[in-house]
Design a protein around this ligand. Structure first.
Ligand SMILES: [Zn+2]
Length: 293
């Protein structure tokens, strides 16, 4: 049973997008935008594929651009012919979360308190989820702790925190905070996987799905080295939000390295955008979101 939504969240774009994906068995590709080229490319791909989309920003984007990139993303989303939501990924700082919820056009925020001990994590998550909900913003949290780090997430690796797999108890405790989406740790890792590649604990994902009983959506993080088959197995396992980073941007980055000193800036940007559009279109096909908007 889907949990009844508080009135402030009835028209929330992230929730509507993810609910449709869960109900119809496809995944929403959620890439990270670092600049305006990425925003343009993600939006273009979504429109070309008639696919819903979630554009994500790291907290870095807020501080780096003083919020300008978020406004640009929201503007693109508002004018798009397909549903696009704007999401803040891995927000680990309470003050920044309040600032983002108060002043920036986010549809959803990941309240990531996973660097705290569990009791504090839960208390902070509950408080910040309520803060976001009062402003009509949906939330995501990480029960347990996903290993590794990404470019743009505040560096908590200095704290030397290892990964902690999501337990049954975590699932219940986090659903009780009122959060809308859970990002479980079931063997997934941020950044690079070891030589054996991703080794996921499917039974764990299965109990997350069973225990949540449709009360929250499920997100998968750390998909950098996922094959097409692995991605689809996650979606079949109940995942509706698929966070991606490298698979959207690796061609763009490679092109930059190769051509930055050889092409005029305008052409460099145009070709870079084209590469991101192609990569995104492929991911939308893999996640079965093409044609769903
Ligand atoms: Zn993540």
């Amino acid at each position: 049973m889907t949990r009844p939504l508080s009135s402030s969240l009835k028209n929330n774009k992230t929730i509507r997008i993810l609910l449709d994906a869960e109900n119809r068995g496809y995944g929403i590709v959620a890439p990270i935008a670092y600049n305006i080229e990425h925003i343009i490319a993600f939006t273009r791909a979504a429109e070309a594929k008639r696919s819903p989309l979630i554009i994500q920003f790291f907290p870095w984007a807020i501080t780096f651009s003083d919020g300008l990139l978020i406004h640009a993303g929201a503007h693109a989303a508002k004018n798009a012919s397909v549903p696009i939501a704007i999401h803040l990924d891995h927000a680990q700082d309470e003050a920044l979360i309040r600032h983002a919820a108060d002043t920036l056009p986010f549809d959803s925020i990941m309240v990531d308190m996973s660097h705290h001990e569990k009791e504090d994590n839960l208390a902070l998550t509950k408080e910040l989820v309520a803060y976001c909900h009062e402003r009509g913003i949906a939330t995501e949290a990480e029960p347990g702790r996903i290993e590794g780090g990404e470019d743009g997430v505040a560096d908590t690796s200095a704290l030397d925190l290892g990964g902690v797999m999501t337990t049954r108890e975590d699932v219940e405790d986090f659903v009780a905070t009122g959060v809308d989406t859970l990002a479980p740790a079931f063997g997934n890792v941020h950044g690079k996987y070891g030589p054996k590649g991703p080794c996921l604990d499917w039974e764990r994902l299965e109990f997350v799905r069973t225990l949540t009983k449709g009360r929250v959506r499920i997100a998968v993080h750390g998909t950098n080295d996922f094959s097409e088959e692995l991605m689809r197995k996650c979606i079949k396992g109940g995942v509706s939000k698929v966070n991606i980073n490298k698979s959207a941007l690796e061609g763009y980055l490679e092109h930059r390295r190769e051509w930055a000193t050889k092409l005029p800036l305008t052409r460099l940007m145009e070709e870079g955008v084209e590469l991101v559009v192609k990569a995104m279109e492929r991911q939308m096909d893999i996640c079965w979101s093409s044609g769903k908007a």
